[in-house]
Write a protein that binds this ligand. Structure first.
Ligand SMILES: [Mn+2]
Length: 193
């Protein structure tokens, strides 16, 4: 089982994350930011990755530190749980519509951190969440998870739909990319860091 936990404490946030890459989408999320909880719940549900997230953060400032730091801790844990990446699919693509909105994520579990993020329309608040923080979350997650992701909001209208489609498309692509489908390390170099 690729299952574990990771904790991180700074002067801004105190975070605990537990993850099971081979789970069935069970979650318990409490970040102090309601809409972000909703996004992480979707992430778990649609990736099949079991996810526990608990945050005590300085949300009286704003949600920035909490959201970014959850990305850091989730990324670090993902990287640890993937180990030598033997047998994983490595590449995956997912398109997710939500009514008028369409999002696409293409992932390479490359061992190299890179995020290409194109979601110009994702600006402004929905609920208690500044949707521009979506980029901060994925940047931190990809940087510490050592994965390459191209995340695009192709078009959309409603902010809630747009944020949701982006998170769901990322979740689906990640789920497929980390699935174990064989025995080999999927690289002609013989190693994925
Ligand atoms: Mn929703």
């Amino acid at each position: 089982m690729r299952e574990g936990r990771q904790e991180r404490k700074t002067k801004e946030t105190e975070i605990c994350v537990k993850m099971n890459l081979d789970g069935n989408g069970a979650y318990d999320i409490s970040t102090g930011v309601g809409f972000f909880d909703h996004m992480l719940e979707l992430f778990s549900c649609h990736s099949g990755i079991d996810l526990f997230v608990s945050v005590k953060g300085d949300i009286k400032v704003d949600a920035h530190h909490s959201v970014e730091d959850v990305g850091i801790v989730m990324g670090k844990l993902l990287h640890e749980l993937l180990g030598d990446k033997k047998g994983i699919a490595r590449y995956a693509t997912s398109y997710i519509p939500m009514d008028e909105t369409l999002a696409r994520t293409v992932i390479d579990v490359s061992g190299r951190p890179c995020l290409v993020y194109r979601a110009d329309g994702l600006k402004g608040k929905t609920g208690d969440f500044d949707t521009e923080l979506t980029e901060e979350f994925f940047r931190a997650f990809c940087s510490y998870g050592m994965i390459t992701a191209h995340v695009e909001l192709l078009y959309g209208g409603n902010l809630h739909h747009m944020a949701e489609a982006v998170f769901k498309s990322f979740a689906h692509a990640l789920s497929d990319a980390v699935k174990t489908t064989g025995e080999k390390i999927p690289s002609s170099k013989g190693i994925l860091e």
